[in-house]
Design a binder for this molecule. Structure first.
Ligand SMILES: C[S@@+](CC[C@H](N)C(=O)[O-])C[C@H]1O[C@@H](n2cnc3c(N)ncnc32)[C@H](O)[C@@H]1O
Length: 285
């Protein structure tokens, strides 16, 4: 999921699919990272950044780390709040993402690094934020522990991820539709983004890392696509499922997706697929 709006032409659709699949393996080229910033940030990721910094109570003068920052949408939102006396650093495993981030905002610090071994001192930040990435980490518990390590006692760690499929009004039925045609493995292959968003699971992660809850939110937003068919196209071609189904099965999935999601089209024809995020902010010590 989460690959959202692209230009409604063949070249745009190809760009969309390439970025969608590469995002999950971090092997983005510079062009794909730019497409992520141009297409996916406005269509999906951008909407959560103001909510995450608000949830984390980011304020003037603070030092803030954006973990798995991608092209830096959360870091940019934090910068607006910390002001000239604050500090904002983005860290990511993907160099191409960091290049795009650096080009957009050379005034912020962009650092190459792995969330499971953050290249920062203990207690270097007041706040550590992580948006739309927890489900990619091999060991989310270790990632949260690292975020806790680099914030000061009393500092805040805040996470944004996506609610489980059972709580997704459109993606839940969509994945079931695909599984109905392609078999139960579709639930696994299309399942990455929804795997870390259950609130009780996030609360357990936070508690295991010694954090106490500041606030949790369940927030309904939208992912914007050029058409309902583009949802199926983007989701399936971003996963190995694309190679495991016949062209006939694929065509049936696209046709049924148009029926399932066509009602989310707005007056201009864009399909606004509802998507539920979970946000959690918690305090160290
Ligand atoms: C879907 S993007 C989200 C980027 C950004 N937070 C946003 O909201 O636009 C996921 C990001 O996680 C990064 N990532 C995945 N695993 C990582 C790891 N172990 N350490 C650091 N970054 C990682 C990827 O490189 C990618 O930029």
């Amino acid at each position: 999921m989460c690959r959202a709006r692209a230009p409604a032409d063949a070249e745009g659709d190809t760009r969309l699919q390439e970025v969608a699949s590469m995002t999950e393996t971090f092997q983005l080229s510079r062009e794909q990272a730019q497409a992520y910033e141009d297409l996916f940030v406005p269509a999906l990721f951008g909407q959560w950044a103001p909510q995450l910094v608000d949830c984390a109570r980011v304020r003037d003068g603070q030092s803030v780390l954006d973990v798995a920052c991608g092209t830096g949408v959360v870091a940019r939102a934090a910068r607006d709040l910390v002001g000239p006396g604050g500090r904002v650093v983005g860290v990511d495993l993907n160099s191409a993402m960091l290049e795009v981030a650096q080009e957009a905002r050379p005034d912020l610090e962009w650092v190459h690094g792995d969330v499971e071994d953050l290249p920062f001192e203990d207690a270097e930040f007041d706040v550590a934020l992580c948006q739309s990435a927890l489900f990619f980490f091999a060991d989310p518990g270790r990632a949260v522990a690292e975020m806790v390590r680099v914030v000061v006692p009393g500092g805040v760690v805040a996470l944004q991820t996506y609610a489980p499929l059972a709580e997704q009004p459109a993606y839940g039925p969509f994945v079931e539709l695909v599984a109905g045609h392609a078999g139960p493995e579709a639930r696994v292959l299309l399942g990455t983004y929804w795997s870390q968003g259950a609130l009780d699971g996030l609360l357990e992660l936070a508690s295991a890392a010694g954090l106490s809850l500041v606030e949790s939110r369940s927030s309904l937003g939208e992912a914007v696509f050029p058409s309902a068919a583009a949802v199926a196209d983007t989701e399936i071609k971003a996963t190995p499922l694309a190679e495991r189904i016949t062209p006939e099965t694929y065509a049936r999935i696209v046709a049924d997706t148009e029926e399932l999601l066509g009602g989310y089209a707005d007056e201009s024809g864009l399909v606004r697929v509802p998507i539920r995020a979970t946000l959690l902010a918690a305090r160290k010590g």
